[in-house]
Design a protein around this ligand. Structure first.
Ligand code: ZN
Ligand code: ZN
Length: 260
């Protein structure tokens, strides 16, 4: 059986897994202190000062600020309100000293702040990356990476000697045997690369949803920050970063990245 036909027969499964996702539409320029943006100057205040790197102790570079109260209406504000901010240390001397693990607070810092009152006049202004304001969203439908298929009901059994794969979907009562397509899983469903809001994470290695340190719930995917897309920075060797949030504790957010 051809891959196209298998994908067609699995359409009910694909429909169920499809999630809306949004690619940010950007314009050059700073915008308001509280605007959604890549890099630039984020909102900071007395209760939310500009964070320093846990290694070199220098001010971190802003990577992303997302106004959670001003996201596409279709999302239904699942991430609460406030500004989601991601900072990262881009200094050469810190490379290799972490940044990839959630909750490590070493080279990265992610948080939700609630702006109130005026911004302090003197921000550290270690802004070396050009600001890109997020002025809109381009909606598309996303699907899960092969690494998540098993949990979602698709079982692949590879026969490497024969160069074939068997695919079972119990839910639909389907079994496809002796399929010659090394990329069958990718062809069935894959997550989109690049910066995006919502959808499915394009995991680089394994499925890595962190657990909330307070309630142990699996955290949900919020935003994907890819290497050299809107932020001119490479996570390791073309790695990809993910911001996640506890579905219960909206202030518990995490950032992690992985590369090959
Ligand atoms: Zn540093
Ligand atoms: Zn929690």
């Amino acid at each position: 059986m051809q891959t196209e036909e298998i994908v067609l027969r699995l359409e009910p499964w694909r429909v169920k897994q499809r999630r809306p996702a949004w690619k940010p539409l950007i314009e050059d320029g700073e915008g308001a202190a509280t605007a959604s943006k890549f890099c630039g100057t984020p909102w900071t205040g007395p209760d939310a000062p500009w964070p320093d790197c846990g290694h070199c102790r220098q001010p971190l570079q802003p990577f992303l600020q997302l106004d959670l109260g001003d996201l596409p209406a279709e999302l239904g504000q699942p991430f609460g309100i406030g500004l989601l901010q991601l900072f990262y240390c881009t200094r050469d001397e810190c490379e290799g000293y972490g940044g990839w693990e959630p909750f490590a607070d070493d080279l990265s810092r992610v948080r939700v702040v609630h702006p109130s009152g005026p911004m302090p006049a003197a921000s550290p202004q270690r802004v070396s990356f050009p600001t890109k304001r997020i002025v809109g969203w381009d909606r598309f439908l996303d699907l899960p990476k092969p690494e998540e298929h098993r949990e979602l009901g698709l079982k692949y059994t590879y026969d490497h000697k024969a160069g074939t794969v068997r695919l079972e979907c119990e839910e639909l009562g389907l079994v496809f045997d002796s399929i010659r397509d090394a990329y069958l899983a990718e062809n069935v469903a894959n997550a989109r690369l690049g910066d995006k809001l919502g959808g499915w994470p394009a995991w680089v290695q394994n499925v890595e949803y962190p657990s909330c340190p307070r309630c142990e719930r699996r955290m949900v995917f919020v935003f994907q920050v890819d290497s050299e897309h809107n932020v001119p920075f490479m996570f390791g060797d073309a790695g990809c970063g993910h911001i996640t949030q506890c579905p219960e504790h909206k202030e518990v957010v995490a950032f992690a990245w992985a590369c090959h």
